[in-house]
Write a protein that binds this ligand. Structure first.
Ligand code: PGA
Ligand code: ZN
Length: 432
């Protein structure tokens, strides 16, 4: 018998893709197996997310994480000493009880998630399995052979690009692709053609936080037109082969039922925004829309889902914050048909899985998602495959912290060989 009891928990400060401090945890087991994980950070965060504990003060703009690191090496390490890392649910229950608050406001979700995830890595290492297989054989209980449909950003906007466009993510998915590798090949061509097109029309401000091109557009709709042009220039049929996914991230520009489109100098109410999005769905090959309305507008979400939910996937990010109870509440209201899963929105692996289980019970689809502040950590790829979630959103087809994830999924696809299945268009929420 391997000794999977936790022997040591270490924390260190590392740096994310925006050059900001973040938490890395390292868990060592009795048999010497070691697991390591780094926590990412959002910019357009939902107000109901679990707390990301930052130090405040003047160093690094108040974003240092010394308090979270101290919690990992102090209280958490002491409480988990001797705990069985192979029993993730019990370990996470221990973290939740130790924190004692609904949203990890005492220890910080960055402290708890780093340890929760590092422990999973350690348990997988002890079992001699890659993390996705370990998750498939324990937590998720699935075959862990489903490769996700990638949602890949082509243009970045909103809080990730100086708010040059109001819509945050203009992304593509590849419903016509027959494998994960092929979806990446197609997206690579679309991303390249979009960049060439942007340079031609200029000016281009480089790339946004998640690696998408960051151009000057006069209207949000211009970005949609440019995206269709890039798909065509790359040689693909818009819609059938390569389609559009949006993250409106409406909480960023909407409050109390008013939505301010700064780029176009106009303000809409919820129904005005819904009408605008419905018009875009008519005109452009859009198959997925995330956060079409603000996080506090469950009613608006439900109205939009009634109007568009059979044609497009309606994704709740800020609305659902990877929380099972929020998913159940939204499902009861008929709001959204897909959950975005970001482990650091809740602070443990088990609670994130609970949100996915609640989503499946409600007939929702799911997307495992990175944050805008990322690192070389590729754990989320393993979560997507290990839990059989079917879709993965990581940002653009550029920047090392993004490519690390796409490349990790390619490795897994190759390792699985003939056993690998590609989620394809069936992954989308509206087709269920
Ligand atoms: P965030 O953005 O990581 O800045 O929250 C990602 C998203 O909104 O999906
Ligand atoms: Zn989002």
């Amino acid at each position: 018998m391997k000794d999977t009891r936790i022997r040591q928990v270490l924390a260190r400060r590392v740096w994310d893709s925006r050059g900001r401090p973040t938490v890395e945890a390292e868990v060592t087991l009795g048999d010497g197996a070691l697991g390591r994980a780094i926590v990412p950070a959002g910019a357009s965060t939902g107000t109901r997310e679990a707390l990301e504990l930052r130090d405040g003060g003047s160093a690094f703009g108040g974003l240092d994480v010394q308090r979270a690191l101290a919690h990992v090496q102090g209280e958490i390490a002491a409480a988990l000493a001797g705990c069985d890392a192979a029993d993730q649910a019990a370990l996470d229950r221990c973290l939740i009880a130790l924190d004692g608050t609904p949203d990890k406001t005492r220890l910080g979700a960055n402290a708890t998630l780093a340890v929760s995830l590092a422990a999973a890595h350690a348990a997988a290492a002890s079992a001699g399995l890659p993390l996705y297989r370990w998750l498939g054989s324990t937590l998720g209980g699935g075959p862990a052979t489903l490769l996700p449909m990638p949602q890949i950003q082509i243009f970045g906007g909103g809080a990730h690009a100086g708010r040059r466009v109001d819509i945050q993510d203009f992304m593509v998915v590849c419903p016509g692709a027959t494998s994960f590798a092929q979806a990446l090949e197609w997206t690579a061509e679309v991303y390249r053609c979009a960049g060439l097109g942007m340079r031609r029309r200029g000016p281009l401000h480089g790339v946004a936080d998640e690696g998408g091109w960051w151009p000057d557009f006069d209207t949000n709709e211009q970005a949609l037109q440019a995206l269709v042009a890039a798909i065509e220039e790359a040689g693909f049929a818009p819609g059938a082969q390569v389609a559009i996914a949006l993250d409106v991230a409406a909480s960023e520009f909407g409050r109390d039922g008013r939505y301010r489109l700064g780029l176009e100098g106009r303000e809409l109410d919820a129904d005005g925004l819904i009408e605008l999005l419905l018009r875009w769905i008519e005109r452009y090959p859009i198959v997925s829309i995330e956060d079409p309305l603000a996080e506090d507008d469950l009613d608006g979400f439900a109205r939009f889902t009634r109007a568009a939910g059979r044609r497009v996937q309606v994704v709740g990010d800020d609305l659902l914050v990877s929380q099972a109870a929020r998913v159940q509440e939204a499902a009861a209201a008929g709001a959204a048909n897909c959950v975005l899963l970001k482990p650091n929105q809740r602070g443990t692996l088990t609670e994130t899985l609970d949100a996915w289980r609640a989503a499946q019970a409600a007939g929702y689809a799911g997307i495992v998602s990175a944050r805008s502040g990322e690192t070389e950590d590729t754990s989320i790829v393993h979560l997507a495959i290990g839990w059989g979630v079917g879709q993965l959103k990581v940002g653009a087809f550029a920047r090392g912290e993004r490519m690390a994830k796409w490349n990790e999924a390619l490795r897994i696809e190759q390792r699985l060989g003939a056993a690998a299945r590609f989620a394809g268009a069936a992954a989308f929420g509206h087709s269920r």
